[in-house]
Write a protein that binds this ligand. Structure first.
Ligand SMILES: *[C@@H]1O[C@H](CO)[C@@H](O)[C@H](O)[C@H]1NC(C)=O
Ligand SMILES: *[C@@H]1O[C@H](CO)[C@@H](O)[C@H](O)[C@H]1NC(C)=O
Ligand SMILES: *[C@@H]1O[C@H](CO)[C@@H](O)[C@H](O)[C@H]1NC(C)=O
Ligand SMILES: *[C@@H]1O[C@H](CO)[C@@H](O)[C@H](O)[C@H]1NC(C)=O
Ligand SMILES: *[C@@H]1O[C@H](CO)[C@@H](O)[C@H](O)[C@H]1NC(C)=O
Ligand SMILES: *[C@@H]1O[C@H](CO)[C@@H](O)[C@H](O)[C@H]1NC(C)=O
Length: 353
């Protein structure tokens, strides 16, 4: 499937393709990370991966009724990202939530990673895992093909993008910053998407349509040494596709990044005027390790476009490695203050460094 689609895009668009291969072990030396937009948006952002540099490609989808979800992480040097020396260097991680409320997880160590870049899109093969992905050169579609014999998982996930990609504080123009905090990059290729998921997870069906998302993070030094905490997430609420990234760096300084699209066009994208705060029980800010809130209150001053206000309430914890990390799916309510109130679903998390 992957090769077939790649061939199609090569023949159809006659764009230059570059292919990089990354081994399943660190290369000694100083690697160089790219933290501004320059060239293919979703490409590997490091020239090579030493013991501390890492990058992952993240994809998620949550069903319109919030009951089912799927998250995929394709990571190069997951040790640099997680700080866990027992992690495989290259790995594909899968976390799903079934309709009956149960969860499923798999982590499959990979051999060489092959990343092909065409236009702004990247496609990846994590050799030996049975997982690969294809992304179109204009970032409009993302397709994961699954044939994992070890965990008996087959099927696919497809995203059709709604709303353009963006840089940390605005449009993804050449030279725009992709830096969240020092030594942590973020490229949000697909901020909002229609998702179609059809997976057989060791005999259990995971089949839904809903809301999807894709981004990539990377860094040249271990993530947890460079981060205070983050609140990150996305939701589709009525016509609005919303992405938030509210972080603190190692000095406790807050960095806010917000993005809102409406019917596929950008309404606002900026830094410094979107606040994300925990709500309900354990709503301490800055967050306390192990203290899990009930949801989040998101307020984004979009200037002339108005003030977006969204409350998102946890439906289910879909991943939990307390006290450092928790991910939820939830229901959202909100819109632009003084106008119609909408409902939606989202997927979001907090991470403590
Ligand atoms: C990196 O350096 C270590 C320690 O000198 C060595 O054991 C290892 O083989 C080197 N790795 C590579 C890929 O050259
Ligand atoms: C990897 O490269 C980065 C960037 O040059 C450097 O800061 C870091 O110390 C290197 N890590 C190791 C373990 O050499
Ligand atoms: C992928 O794995 C297969 C089976 O181990 C091997 O024959 C092939 O050379 C590998 N390909 C790459 C690009 O590493
Ligand atoms: C794999 O899943 C199928 C259902 O899709 C099931 O029939 C089969 O028993 C499973 N195989 C193993 C080894 O568990
Ligand atoms: C979180 O809130 C619950 C309910 O109020 C409480 O039982 C629990 O102790 C709180 N946890 C922490 C870490 O504060
Ligand atoms: C969000 O929750 C706050 C606090 O309960 C409330 O004041 C506000 O009206 C809610 N906003 C929306 C859009 O529901």
């Amino acid at each position: 499937m992957l090769y077939f689609l790649l061939t199609l895009s090569l023949v159809g668009l006659a764009q230059a393709i570059s292919v990089d291969i990354y081994p399943p072990y660190p290369i000694n030396g100083s690697s160089t990370a790219q933290y501004t937009v320059d060239g293919p948006f979703d490409r590997p952002k490091l020239d090579f991966f030493n013991q501390t540099s890492y990058q992952w490609w993240y994809i998620d989808a949550v069903s319109s009724d919030v009951k089912q979800s799927a998250v995929f992480v394709f990571a190069i040097n997951s040790i640099g990202a997680s700080g866990d020396p027992a992690s495989p260097f290259n790995v594909v991680e899968v976390n799903v939530a079934f309709e009956d409320g149960t969860l499923g997880a798999a982590a499959v160590p990979a051999g060489n990673v092959v990343i092909a870049t065409v236009g702004d899109g990247a496609s990846g093969i994590f050799n030996g895992t049975g997982y690969s992905w294809y992304e179109s050169s204009d970032l409009s579609t993302f397709y994961i093909d699954i044939n994992d014999p070890v965990n008996n998982i087959t099927g696919s996930l497809k995203l059709s993008s709604i709303g353009p990609h963006h840089a940390q504080c605005g449009p993804a123009t050449k030279g725009a910053s992709l830096l969240v905090v020092p030594h942590l990059g973020w490229a949000n290729s697909i901020p909002d998407a229609d998702a179609v998921v059809d997976i057989n997870f060791n005999g259990k069906p995971l089949k839904f349509t809903g809301v999807g998302y894709h981004d990539s993070n990377w860094g040249d030094q271990g993530l947890l040494e460079q981060l205070g905490t983050w609140y990150w997430g996305h939701t589709r609420v009525g016509p609005y596709g919303v992405v938030w990234f509210d972080t603190t760096d190692i000095n406790g300084v807050e960095h806010q990044s917000g993005y809102v699209s409406k019917h596929g066009a950008v309404l606002a994208e900026s830094c410094g005027s979107m606040s994300v705060r925990p709500t309900g029980q354990n709503s301490t800010y800055p967050p306390l390790p192990g203290a899990s809130p009930s949801g989040f209150h998101i307020v984004y001053d979009m200037g002339p476009a108005g003030v977006l206000e969204v409350n998102i309430t946890n439906y289910e914890t879909v991943e939990n490695t307390e006290p450092l990390y928790e991910r939820w799916v939830g229901t959202s309510v909100g819109g632009i203050r003084g106008r119609e109130v909408h409902n939606g679903v989202g997927l979001y998390e907090w991470l403590g460094g």
